[in-house]
Design a protein around this ligand. Structure first.
Ligand code: APR
Length: 247
């Protein structure tokens, strides 16, 4: 049922002048990282308040306890899956220009993608809320929470975007520029629930891009911007697309 659409998608990518991928939590589910919503969704069992910026500023210890449990104790062992790997191969073979991701798990870079914009930041960096010094996560001993800055003793925060926190200006600007340039946008594993990230496909569409969407179920994009909907797991669809592109 998907084979015709997979061939169509691969042909679009092969002929594309500027293909861009837009990814969400769904691409990392098969690397063992739960999504935020839907089946096994993190927000089904964890109160998102721990990732509210006001809560973090008021109760950094409690926020860090939960953040360590849901991210730092889990993401470190996660490995890229074939979907991440194929995107990296597509970039190497010039079938893909950029990955715009909402994910903080660093798996695109681990798979070898070089042009990656992280709209919601990355768990691999910590930043001082007082003097803005930045550290790789390996510099912090997360057995002592909250971690503090070596320069000013201020509290270190994961360099991820909390709820009610603006997204990084550079990543936002460059991501929307990429969406403007794309003639093919590949959406993989996102619910389109969070703005401004969810606007990326609309901007690409308005500029004439063809939209390919890979998701295990329809999303808000499917009946609005999507041209080819591949109702499949990210690893299954990307494995097929990789074969069709002879990667
Ligand atoms: N393959 C493809 N898609 C999948 C798979 C899979 N194996 N498993 C789940 N999905 C899809 C789900 O159907 C859903 O549409 O991935 C999507 C995951 O949605 P969310 O968990 O809402 O993740 P995302 O869209 O990335 O969330 C956006 O919300 O909480 C904030 O900052 C957080 O970056 C996150 C943002």
């Amino acid at each position: 049922m998907n084979s015709g659409k997979l061939k169509q998608a691969a042909e679009l990518i092969r002929k594309a002048k500027y293909a861009v991928a837009f990814t969400g939590a769904g691409i990392s589910v098969e690397s063992g990282i739960p999504p935020f919503r839907g089946e096994n969704g993190l927000w089904n069992t964890t109160d998102p308040i721990f990732l509210e910026i006001e809560f973090f500023n008021k109760k950094p210890f409690q926020s860090w306890q939960k953040i360590k449990e849901i991210f730092y104790d889990k993401l470190g062992d996660a490995e890229p899956n074939i979907a991440h790997d194929i995107l990296a191969k597509m970039e190497k073979r010039s079938f893909l220009e950029t990955v715009i991701t909402q994910n903080i798990d660093h798996l695109h870079q681990k798979a070898g993608s070089r042009h990656v914009y992280e709209l919601h930041g990355t768990y691999t960096q910590l930043v001082c809320v007082n003097c803005s010094s930045e550290y790789d996560k390996s510099f912090a001993d997360l057995n002592y929470l909250p971690p503090t800055c070596f320069v000013c003793k201020g509290i270190l925060k994961p360099d991820i975007i909390f709820f009610n926190e603006p997204i990084p200006e550079f990543a936002k600007k460059r991501s929307f520029q990429e969406a403007n340039k794309a003639d093919v946008l590949i959406i993989i594993g996102t619910n389109a629930e969070v703005l401004p990230a969810a606007k990326i496909p609309q901007v690409a569409k308005e500029n004439g891009a063809k939209i390919i969407e890979i998701n295990i179920k329809p999303s808000h994009f499917t009946n609005t911007v999507t041209d080819i909907f591949l109702e499949m797991k990210a690893t299954e669809a990307m494995k097929e697309i990789g074969e069709l592109l002879y990667l």
